[in-house]
Design a protein around this ligand. Sequence first.
Ligand code: AMP
Ligand code: GLY
Length: 428
Amino acid sequence: MTETVLLIGGGGREHAIARALADDCDLYACASNRNPGIRGLADGFETVDETDTAGVVAYAEAVGATLAVVGPEKALAAGVADALDDAGVYTFGPREAEARIETDKAFQRRFMRDESVPGCPDFETFDDVEAACEYVDGYDGDLAVKPAGLTGGKGVKVTGDQVTKEEAKAYLRESGYDRVVLEERLVGEEFTVQGFVANGDLRTTPAVQDHKRAYEGDEGPNTGGMGSYSDAAFHLPFMTGSDYDDAVEIMEAVVDALPDYKGVLYGQFMLTAEGPKVIEFNARFGDPEAMNTLPTLETPFLDVLVAAREGESLPALDVSAEATVCKYAVPEGYPDDPSAGTRIEIDEASAGDALVFYASVDEREDGVYTTTSRSVAVVGLAETIEAAEEIAERALDAAGEGLRVRHDIGTADLVEGRVRHVRELRGE
Ligand code: AMP
Ligand code: GLY
């Protein structure tokens, strides 16, 4: 039987999901923006806001969807997976209650503590700003200040890194967040592990390193992620295989404690001197990380979805032994003052061997326009990170004028710096 899959979301992550599914099923997609990459792969596309549960269900029913995949967290937070499940469309994405592992950082930390999930930093949760400020004053050491709700990765401030303690308190007082988490600042190198979860199984994919800061050399404000790389192994050059296994063990503990969880579980880790600690969990693929992971997945993603729906054990994953480098081109001024509404010319033919993924752009009658978020990504795949980086870099001309890129992502200089950093941390 040919499956009919509805994909929800219109970014680079969802273009990568569409590419992974398009040949194996009848694919339909809906999102608030018209992503030309997704539209080109799908049999049908409808403009529906990702949080409009009734609209998404109506479209799923209209196309006769037998499966659904949710890309963005805001859809999970709005209960889109619940609504689709309840309408009889099995959805690969957690229900709202389980998505709280991402959507409520206070819940997430308490969950880790209550379920004895390893790798949890010291933390306290607050619903009173002045009590939080007192805690900042009394805390011996640096802290991460985190709004409990969703902020697109842009709400966290870390003392000793981006802000002083005085600035952290001013941020708490000015921001008007009603619930915050204050936690121990973790020092080390960040990495991501994404896994498929259903029926109590977890199948993980190779580690990826994303780059949150807007500018080269990890300067500037946090963004949704400017680009990312993975190696031709499950671990990254600055990690050992056993660091990877420790991260997977932490994720296994989450799955054990959430038996109904289904969808992608994304672990964001800090590799500290004591091993991996959890920065956060997400309830969906990372963006950009999906663009590293899905192109190297040799097991059809559809097989994972069908096994999940059928209540079967998830297939073991075959992954090609290729390194990947993803570079995002973003509007000028992103993330603080992005210039939306700029018409851009994307020339896919000039991308050479690289993959091109459209992200938060909007296709109109007379061309493709930027929005306030990331525009287009290129991904190089090769035997080494260095070779993948060259392929990605050469492809950037495809993105045309008027966009900004972090050219340092995936370069030998950057990767070697990360290796040295971890050696220093470990006193090697
Ligand atoms: P999050 O929204 O939780 O992913 O946080 C955004 C970014 O803030 C992370 O990618 C880290 O760079 C940083 N961050 C979050 N929590 C901590 C922590 N406990 N220690 C150090 N940095 C952190
Ligand atoms: N790249 C980080 C995220 O998707 O949350």
